[in-house]
Design a protein around this ligand. Structure first.
Ligand code: 5RP
Length: 223
């Protein structure tokens, strides 16, 4: 199976998960990225059951609307049953690196509101120790150099994501060379650097459910 076929397979399982567990008319959070895009195409088939969605990026909002799926402002939502999104890496504690698509801040906000975070990815994303995938950090533009120096003190090599501006008008530093043995501690530490909007470690609020696509089928893990 190709990686895209694995992503499609897990997207179908996630669609069924939503159809089974989200109350009819409930609110669904929707993530960003290629796996999330397959998921969006799948939930178009059950759109009449979904009361509305909250998108974690402008790109996701456009794709949802293209399928005729209602997209709501998070501020108009009191509760969200399920949030479905991909990940760049996920470890055994269900902590993740996210933000390969640059949507980490909105993703973290949507995840904070959702009752259940369902991570969907292919088996290549599951790792014993995170950090091989460069950790994205969203920064206020004027703080780029300062934050970069602080990240170097942590042993990482930050690289500006060239030509990229987030949906919030900020920049991304991708931090290479980290070996993340304390995801919660590092998430907290980086978020304390002045000028950081947030970083792509989702350890304090990790996934509750992991749907992991492997060639032999989609496996389900719960926290
Ligand atoms: C976007 C994300 C994505 O979930 C992550 O990058 C995985 O993307 P893909 O499904 O394309 O592999 O965090 O900001």
């Amino acid at each position: 199976m190709t990686q895209d076929e694995l992503k499609q397979a897990v997207a179908r399982v996630a669609r069924d998960y939503v159809a089974d567990r989200l109350p009819v008319g409930g609110i669904l959070g929707v993530g960003t990225g290629s796996t999330a895009n397959f998921f969006i195409d799948e939930i178009a088939k059950i759109r009449d059951r979904i009361g509305g969605t909250v998108a974690s990026s402008e790109a996701t909002a456009r794709r949802l609307q293209g399928h005729g799926i209602r997209v709501l402002d998070l501020n108009d939502v009191d509760a969200m049953g399920i949030y479905v999104d991909g990940a760049d890496e996920i470890d055994a504690s269900m902590a993740m690196i996210k933000g390969g698509g640059g949507a980490l801040t909105r993703e973290k906000i949507v995840a904070a509101v959702a009752e259940t975070f369902v991570c969907i990815c292919d088996a290549s994303k599951r790792v014993p120790v995170m950090g091989r995938f460069p950790l994205p950090v969203e920064v206020i533009p004027m703080s780029r150099a300062h934050v970069g120096r602080e990240l170097e003190k942590l042993g990482g090599t930050p690289k500006l994501r060239e030509g990229f501006v987030t949906d919030n008008g900020n920049l991304i530093l991708d931090v290479h060379g980290l070996s993340i043995i304390d995801p919660v501690g590092l998430e907290d530490h980086i978020n304390q650097i002045v000028g950081v909007v947030t970083n792509g470690l989702f350890a304090r609020r990790g996934a509750d459910v992991l749907l992991l696509a492997a060639p032999q089928g989609v496996e389900t893990y719960t926290r």
